[in-house]
Design a protein around this ligand. Structure first.
Ligand SMILES: *[C@@H]1O[C@H](CO)[C@@H](O)[C@H](O)[C@H]1NC(C)=O
Ligand SMILES: *[C@@H]1O[C@H](CO)[C@@H](O)[C@H](O)[C@H]1NC(C)=O
Length: 259
């Protein structure tokens, strides 16, 4: 856990220096696949975590998760949370409900009434893939969805973050619009990319990957592969990978391939 966070902090340091050079925006963006564990850095200057507050914002509501360095017991997610020794917030088994932005605030002064500037703000984006039943023994549809605070549009190419979501084949080539379509869901604004696959025996071990990129760098991805076996083929998730952490998902029938 601690190692993961260190790796992550290294990535973040590079990221924030890039940010400082381009836009001057300090907010960090963290991308994670559902089911994994994540570490959100506080990046504040106080080492005494008993003055640390973590606040979670989503859908214009704010919830205190950590107060005075202690977990608030009344949040439904408290069992999956813990505070790292560097005041980072660790969240286990990320779900699609966890997206949003997280603020780490620290307090100083005798009465802990002075607010240490600046707050560390971290946007958490959650990638999640679901699939339909295999119909007629052949056809299956995969839905790759990115859960983001602002409902990042499917092609965010004009904003400074340039967050994009798409399916690629095993050669890493982006699928054409005939194969995969992305659209923002009108209900939530979350981007969803749909891919329908016809499972053929000759496609054994063929792979498809849903990727999220930020400024053309892959941030997290989920890979699916076809396994042929009598009486028919199945499609299973083989791995997911994050550029900023070393964690990877282990799935029941998942012989993880070299990633
Ligand atoms: C982290 O802290 C450093 C130094 O205080 C600051 O320059 C940087 O912008 C911060 N990064 C984030 C993501 O908050
Ligand atoms: C992770 O959360 C999902 C629901 O979001 C649950 O079904 C699963 O059992 C959890 N896994 C672990 C290891 O706790």
């Amino acid at each position: 856990m601690a190692d993961t966070c260190h790796l992550f902090l290294l990535g973040l340091a590079i990221l924030s220096s890039l940010l400082a050079g381009t836009s001057g925006v300090d907010d960090a963006h963290v991308f994670i696949t559902s089911g994994e564990n994540v570490c959100l850095p506080c990046n504040n200057t106080l080492h005494d975590c008993t003055s640390t507050t973590w606040i979670y914002n989503k859908d214009s509501t704010a919830v205190e998760l950590i107060d005075g360095g202690k977990k608030k017991k009344d949040t439904e997610r408290h069992e999956r949370l813990n505070l790292g020794s560097d005041c980072s917030l660790n969240i286990n088994n990320i779900s699609t409900e966890d997206y949003g932005f997280y603020t780490c605030r620290q307090w100083t002064g005798v009465n802990r009434d002075k607010h240490q500037e600046p707050d560390a703000r971290v946007y958490l984006h959650v990638l999640h893939v679901s699939q339909t039943e295999i119909s007629a023994g052949l056809s299956v549809t995969l839905f790759c969805q990115l859960y983001s605070y602002d409902g990042v549009s499917c092609d965010d190419s004009v904003s400074s973050e340039r967050i994009q979501l798409f399916w690629v084949n095993q050669a890493g080539v982006k699928l054409t619009i005939l194969e995969s379509k992305c659209k923002a869901l009108s209900s939530s604004g979350h981007c969803i990319c749909t891919l329908t696959i016809i499972l053929l025996n000759e496609d054994h071990n063929r792979e498809w990957r849903c990727e999220v990129t930020q400024r053309d760098q892959v941030k997290t991805s989920v890979t699916y592969t076809v396994k042929s076996s009598a009486p028919g083929s199945t499609l299973i998730p083989v791995s997911s990978s994050n550029s900023e952490t070393t964690s990877s998902r282990t799935t029941a029938a998942a012989p993880t391939k070299g990633s």
